[in-house]
Design a protein around this ligand. Structure first.
Ligand code: SF4
Length: 290
């Protein structure tokens, strides 16, 4: 394994995130190409990490975005949005806290704590179902509010306050009912990358290997075309051990914008010159791993 230093014009405090590991037999062309690809993905991840904080566009609704971005007065809105983000399109999931706030007239922890599970279910069910799995998600929503109240004194920001280690934050998210590694690392990654919440380290923020990321890793030759979540997760750790999740958004963005399941737009993709799949980029030449 060799280390390739990256220079983004950083000051020394950024150095912990500035290397890509080339994995495989030393000096092999495959290893060197993977390192170059990882280096370019990491450079894009670094740009995002170092960009000024802006409002995160979780949904198309400005009011919903304001609530979800308000980590000062409503940090539980972000937490609950993360919890809802499963098995339905993300914008539909992330708007749920706002829809409940509209129905209640408030999204204060005091008001939320007074709700029974049946109350939450009613709010999620009428006038239209807010989630595909209203019953299950009502329980998880109610349980999360109770945990924030009992463990964090009603202040969800204490999950990530005080520059804790990334492992501590991922662990604390995992302690909520219904949260698995995918949601826990996604939540921690958003806090680090978008909200610029400081952590002592970034080692435990893994890539969220969704369908876009897996397809892109396969086409870029970082993993086999049919790689599972574990293979993609460990490849990201191997390439960027100090912050594997830094590869997350660049990979997802490539998959979402250019490297579609069908008819990938290779001519527009900034990986074109390195990608082993780009030269055969006609729609039927690429294996659809979606
Ligand atoms: S060059 Fe084409 S196949 Fe390769 S990652 Fe980009 S869009 Fe996908």
């Amino acid at each position: 394994m060799s280390l390739i230093s990256l220079d983004f014009g950083r000051d020394k405090s950024d150095d912990v995130l500035g290397t890509v590991c080339a994995v495989g037999p030393m000096g092999s062309s495959e290893s060197e190409n993977q390192a170059e690809i990882g280096q370019r993905l990491l450079a894009h991840g670094q740009l995002l990490l170092r960009a000024a904080k802006g409002e995160i566009q979780f949904t198309d609704d400005p009011s919903a975005n304001r609530l979800l971005n308000d980590l000062t007065a409503h940090p539980h809105a972000f937490l609950l949005g993360c919890l809802m983000d499963r098995q339905i399109p993300a914008p539909r999931a992330w708007i749920i806290p706002h829809e409940i706030a509209k129905a209640l007239g408030t999204f204060s922890m005091d008001a939320l704590q007074r709700l029974s599970v049946a109350d939450v279910r009613e709010l999620m069910e009428r006038p239209k179902p807010l989630h595909r799995f209203v019953s299950k998600m009502s329980g998880l929503f109610h349980s999360a509010i109770a945990r924030v109240a009992d463990v964090y004194g009603g202040e969800a920001f204490r999950i990530w306050a005080g520059a804790p280690s990334s492992a501590d934050v991922v662990y604390r998210f995992l302690e909520f009912d219904g949260v698995g590694p995918k949601i826990a690392t996604m939540a921690t990654n958003i806090l680090a990358r978008e909200f610029k919440v400081p952590f002592a380290d970034y080692y435990s923020i893994d890539i969220s290997a969704d369908v876009h990321v897996r397809r892109v890793f396969g086409r870029l030759g970082l993993c086999p075309a049919d790689a599972n979540v574990e293979l993609v997760t460990y490849k990201a750790r191997a390439l960027s051990p100090q912050f594997p999740g830094l590869l997350d958004f660049p990979s997802w963005e490539i998959g979402n914008q250019w490297c579609r399941a069908e008819r990938p737009l290779c001519n527009d993709c900034y990986m074109n010159d390195l990608c082993p799949s780009a030269s055969s980029s006609t729609p039927n030449a690429l294996r659809d791993t979606a």
